[in-house]
Write a protein that binds this ligand. Sequence first.
Ligand SMILES: Nc1nc2c([nH]c(=O)n2[C@@H]2O[C@H](COP(=O)(O)OP(=O)(O)OP(=O)(O)O)[C@@H](O)[C@H]2O)c(=O)[nH]1
Length: 128
Amino acid sequence: MKVVRVVAAVIRREDQVFATARGYGEFCGQWEFPGGKIEESETPQQALIREIKEELNVDIAVGECIDTIEYDYATFHLSMDCFWATIINGQLELKEAQAAKWLSKVDLDSVTWLPADILLIDKIKKVL
Ligand SMILES: Nc1nc2c([nH]c(=O)n2[C@@H]2O[C@H](COP(=O)(O)OP(=O)(O)OP(=O)(O)O)[C@@H](O)[C@H]2O)c(=O)[nH]1
């Protein structure tokens, strides 16, 4: 099965994390952490900084890796490195997402996550 390598940022502000709703495609309207595919010449951290600038027009500092999520979708295997991140410059703008929310621990179950993200949410809850 095709393997898709993705990187995602769990952007943190005090006790909240920033989530976005997909604006297009098969999973349109479902919630995720911003990020995207890693290009060949990039480290995961470089890919994340680039993707967040493209999608949200802010600069981030990339922190520790939270987890690497491995998940089988119907047509590909997802391998997703998830990092803590903080905004170091700029104002958030939604370039691709249809909506966004800052979520605290008690709000994490209030949105419909992409299937692969369920595993990650449990880990985030333990830290927030
Ligand atoms: N960024 C991101 N992608 C996720 C998450 N969870 C998850 O299953 N994915 C999957 O990771 C894949 C790659 O993300 P992407 O943003 O580059 O995907 P895409 O299909 O829109 O790519 P495209 O922009 O090349 O068309 C998608 O299939 C997406 O569904 C998540 O929390 N964040």
